[in-house]
Ligand binder design. Sequence first.
Ligand code: ADP
Ligand code: MG
Length: 240
Amino acid sequence: MTTTGLRITGLSKGFGNQAVLQHIALDIDEGEFLILVGPSGCGKSTLLNLIAGLEQADVGEIHIAGRRVDGLSPKDRDIAMVFQNYALYPNMTVAQNLGFGLEMQRWPRAEREARVLEVAEMLQIVPLLTRRPAQLSGGQRQRVAMGRALARRPKVFLFDEPLSNLDAKLRAEMRAEIKLLHQRLRTTAVYVTHDQVEAMTLGHKIAVMNNGQIQQFGTPEKIYHRPANVFVAGFMGSPA
Ligand code: ADP
Ligand code: MG
């Protein structure tokens, strides 16, 4: 039997009199990788922020791993978020950045150091542990930001266009790496992008969004080969 990773029902959100999200419903199994894809301004980040608890919905429910979380504060939701502007702490070393969340959770030093090393090995950044963010390349910083999220082993990873500041070559490399990491860790993930290639290669399930609504939700194959409407076909570049 499969367990629910993330379930969203009847979720709507407005800012002022603008309806930014309308009647959002989604359901993925534990361990699945969900892509939210759509043009700029369609509400992807808002939906991710609602899942994270950084914004509050007007109506609707959010369940993570079978537990209702929409009334909980971000730190009680068992999520970790990776943004495109990987806000690392400039005055801390890579090791301190990786361990910061664990320190906040009062992990004992020895366990913290062991976890930091484990994550650094997984992401192949062990030689960087004593450096500071200013001494890292863009790709290395992104790796550290990802490591920081991994360290806490959350129930759900939330990514908001994490690769959009990288050049095409590095983006392709990181895409492959994220895929490998996910195959290894099997953590439920929600990944926002406006890039159709990222959507098709990373997603177990894709939600194509436009104007605050989900236009279609399904597997990459279904979305590509059986688009629900003209918008989905056009956006995903489906064969005519
Ligand atoms: P996306 O991530 O898909 O580009 P967003 O979720 O950031 O889209 O934004 C969706 C819409 O909501 C946009 O029209 C944006 O201007 C508006 N919006 C987002 N956040 C706020 C906010 N805090 N206050 C007012 N309007 C907002
Ligand atoms: Mg956004």
